[in-house]
Write a protein that binds this ligand. Structure first.
Ligand code: C2E
Ligand code: MG
Ligand code: MG
Length: 424
């Protein structure tokens, strides 16, 4: 248990500080999808699952290792008195492999993986608490890099964390000071080349760091809860900009906004969207929300919210399709208008690559379910030709345009497009 392992760590640190030749490393293990398992199965199943995980972990205990459950789905492997530091990463690899095989609870087959943070006791004295913080930070880094992997703590990591901390303070201020801007990426009808819609993508005009892409701060905003406020700003700004364009006489286009999962799960989302449409005067037909497959995990709740949005007349698009929790149940039952094929599939659709078959199959599936398909991340003519062959409805990507400021959109697209018909 936690107390035993803490004592053990303290003892080893004392001995090292007293000049004894001992080595010490921690593997901080956190299961990747335990919450999903806990939420979707009974808690007693969750307990059985943890027991089975513990048994698996025990199976790779070396003679000097200690294993402890720290609480929840967190475990620590304490490695000590190893001769070669390779022992540490080899152990981490071994632990990751333990999850290759799924775990059965009754008839349910459950998959999970682990993220592991490694902290090695350095050549200068530090406290047990600090060593734990190192391991914990490394574990978070492993999660951020995509889970199911290990990450080793380095002093740069904490520096990175400090940067992040500074950015977080700035982010709070940014919300008050209105430092965000939206860029818009055109969505194109592939055969005619006409613009049919725009995806709004947020940027942060940071006072000293310049224009920051969403990847630099969305995750942070999700972690500290600011995403709700930021997300509301995005919906308002995109709606009012779109209405301004229509009032200026340009052909009406749909504008899509990305919703983070957290924002999607807030209780006032539907009312907020209704109020925004009323306030800006935008016809709901010209607003689309992009959600990800992860939201389908909250099945009943999502179904209810999506039906309400649909009723208002707002379009619904599944973003990054194929990279998350692709369940055919939700696909069949949610009122979805568009599926966006993730750019990771689009980037490799040439040369009989397996992804070409996946793209083909997604388009067929979507069309049979009366949904339209948008391919993201189209960068080459070959990709475009393939997508046209496969009857893909719309395309979006650097081949046509990167995301542009509202002014650039107006100059490069709207003014030129005005004599054309709309069709999306
Ligand atoms: P996404 O919604 O899948 O957006 C597409 C991303 O792909 C955008 O990155 C876009 O600039 C990029 N992209 C477009 N065409 C190409 C291409 O041809 N090749 C490649 N390699 N990339 C292309 P961006 O703007 O950095 O946004 C990244 C992600 O951040 C978005 O992925 C979305 O999930 C999130 N995001 C952006 N704006 C918002 C927002 O307002 N709210 C929320 N919650 N998330 C946002
Ligand atoms: Mg998107
Ligand atoms: Mg996407």
């Amino acid at each position: 248990n936690r107390r035993y392992i803490n004592e053990e760590i303290e003892n080893i640190i004392k001995e090292i500080n007293a000049g004894h030749e001992r080595s010490l490393a921690l593997l901080f293990i956190d299961l990747d999808r335990f919450k999903v398992i806990n939420d979707n199965f009974s808690h007693s199943s969750g307990d059985v699952f943890l027991k089975k995980v513990s048994e698996r972990l025990s199976s790779c205990l070396g003679k000097n290792d200690v294993l402890a459950r720290m609480g929840g789905d967190e475990f620590i492997f304490l490695l000590k008195d190893f001769e070669n530091p390779d022992y540490i990463t080899a152990k981490a690899e071994e632990v990751l492999k333990l999850f290759d095989e799924s775990i059965f609870i009754g008839n349910d087959e459950l998959h999970t993986s682990a993220s592991i943070g490694i902290a090695i006791y350095p050549d200068h004295p530090i406290s047990m608490e600090k060593l734990m913080i190192y391991a914990d930070n490394a574990m978070y880094q492993a999660k951020e890099k995509g889970k199911n992997r290990y990450s080793v703590y380095t002093s740069g990591l904490l520096a990175g964390m400090e940067d992040e901390y500074r950015l977080e303070t700035d982010l709070r201020r940014a919300v008050e000071n209105d430092e965000f801007v939206l860029h818009y990426q055109p969505q194109i009808h592939p055969k005619t080349g006409k613009i049919v819609g725009l995806e709004a993508l947020i940027r942060w005009q940071h006072p000293s760091l310049g224009l920051l892409p969403s990847g630099k701060f969305i995750k942070l905003a999700e972690d500290n809860g600011l995403i709700n406020q930021i997300g509301k700003w995005v919906i308002s700004e995109a709606s009012s900009q779109n209405k301004k364009w229509q009032d200026a006489g340009y052909n009406p286009l749909k504008v899509s906004v990305n919703l983070s999962t957290q924002q999607f799960l807030t209780k006032d989302l539907v009312t907020f969207m209704e109020d925004t449409l009323a306030r800006t005067g935008l016809d709901p037909e010209y607003l689309v929300v992009e959600i990800t497959e992860y939201m389908a995990m909250e099945y009943e709740y999502s179904l209810k919210v999506l039906k309400q949005l649909k009723e208002i007349g707002i379009g619904i698009s599944i973003d990054d399709f194929g990279t998350g929790y692709s369940s055919l149940t939700y696909l069949n039952n949610f009122p979805i208008d568009f599926i966006k094929i993730d750019k990771s599939f689009v980037s490799e659709i040439m040369n009989d690559h397996p992804n070409a078959f996946i793209v083909k199959a997604i388009i067929t599936l979507a069309h049979n379910l009366q949904m339209q398909v948008i391919a993201e991340g189209v960068e080459t003519k070959e990709q475009l030709d393939f997508l046209i062959d496969q009857q893909c409805d719309f395309v979006q990507g650097f081949y046509f345009s990167k995301p542009l400021s509202a002014n650039e959109i107006e100059r490069n697209y709207l003014e030129k497009n005005n004599d054309r018909e709309r069709d999306y």
